[in-house]
Design a protein around this ligand. Structure first.
Ligand SMILES: Nc1ncnc2c1ncn2[C@@H]1O[C@H](COP(=O)(O)OP(=O)(O)OP(=O)(O)O)[C@@H](O)[C@H]1O
Ligand SMILES: [Mg+2]
Length: 285
């Protein structure tokens, strides 16, 4: 078991908001529990490594505590904001991880123990973000990952993260809807990926932008659940926009998104160079 030294802990105390022992005493029991669960010894060492490697200078404030991960706003030594998503090792409900990891050709040789699965999940989210960026779908640009920690572009301002789609009233819902249909279509046909948890919770809407997040579960089209997942994503999108009373035709949207796939399946295509890279990368680490 890893134990961080006093020296490392002292440095981390000065870099992580709320980690100081006195500050922790002041927090309520729930907050202290969250901090203990997310900042276990191995995670502290990984944050230390990110600091030493100059990917990170400080963790400034928590943005969110989810079922599996905590997200923080951080700052790099250059003064840039980043989002730091830390998958908790201890308290995660990871039953569904297996089914999204197995069946993805990029992750064939992954060990079955709990910790390895969490690490693979963070790596998978990083790779998915990379692939989505390459396909020019608007997602946070990934910076790096180490074990259970993913560092990516921060979507928000100094005051806080950008709002989720569910929390705002759209001025032009039709435009937003069209952009999202287009994003799913590009993701599918160019990125050859399905988001898999498309919802108003996983779309951030900063001023003048629409950004998809939370892509750990996203899978390549080769995955046995990909078709089921794309159908669910499309339904979720249409369901959410019902409140704006747009004229949406689900059959038309399906046809627009799935069209190219029929041709490509006939082509008996070789995997792209990038996909081959992904496969090798996953096996090597
Ligand atoms: N790159 C980012 N920039 C700014 N805020 C972010 C970013 N990524 C995530 N967030 C914030 O953190 C919240 C949770 O992130 P995300 O949806 O990725 O994880 P999650 O839903 O908590 O995961 P889970 O519930 O599966 O543990 C988001 O709703 C958003 O407010
Ligand atoms: Mg989410």
């Amino acid at each position: 078991m890893i134990l961080v030294s006093e020296k490392v802990y002292k440095l981390l105390e000065s870099r992580i908001d709320g980690l100081k022992k006195e500050e922790r005493v002041e927090r309520d029991a729930d907050q202290r529990k969250t901090y203990d669960e997310v900042f276990d010894q191995a995670t502290l060492m990984n944050i230390y490594k990110l600091i030493i490697d100059k990917h990170l200078d400080t963790l400034d404030f928590p943005i969110s505590t989810g079922k599996e991960a905590n997200v923080f706003k951080g700052t790099t030594p250059e003064g840039e904001s980043v989002a730091v998503k830390i998958y908790r090792i201890a308290t995660a409900t990871y039953k569904h991880f297996k089914k999204y990891i197995e069946g993805d050709p990029r992750f064939r040789n992954v060990k079955g123990d709990h910790r390895s699965q969490v690490y693979t999940w963070a790596q998978k989210e990083f790779k998915n973000l990379k692939r989505m960026c390459a396909a020019e779908v608007r997602v946070p640009e990934p910076v790096t990952y180490i074990k259970n920690i993913l560092v990516m572009e921060y979507i928000g301002t100094e005051e806080g993260a950008a709002p989720m789609l569910k929390d705002i009233e759209l001025e032009n819902p039709q435009e937003c809807f069209d952009i999202l249909v287009n994003a799913i279509e590009i993701l599918y046909n160019k990125g050859r990926l399905v988001h898999g948890d498309f919802s108003e919770y996983n779309i951030l809407v900063p001023d003048d932008d629409i950004v998809l997040i939370d892509v750990g579960q996203s899978v390549l089209l080769e995955h046995p659940m990909a078709q089921e997942m794309i159908e669910r994503d499309i339904k979720n999108l249409v369901r959410y926009f019902e409140k704006y009373k747009l004229k949406t035709d689900i059959a038309e949207i399906r046809a627009k998104i799935l069209k190219d796939d029929l041709q490509e399946l006939d082509n008996d295509e070789q995997p792209s160079e990038e996909a081959a890279d992904d496969i090798n990368g996953a096996q090597g680490s």
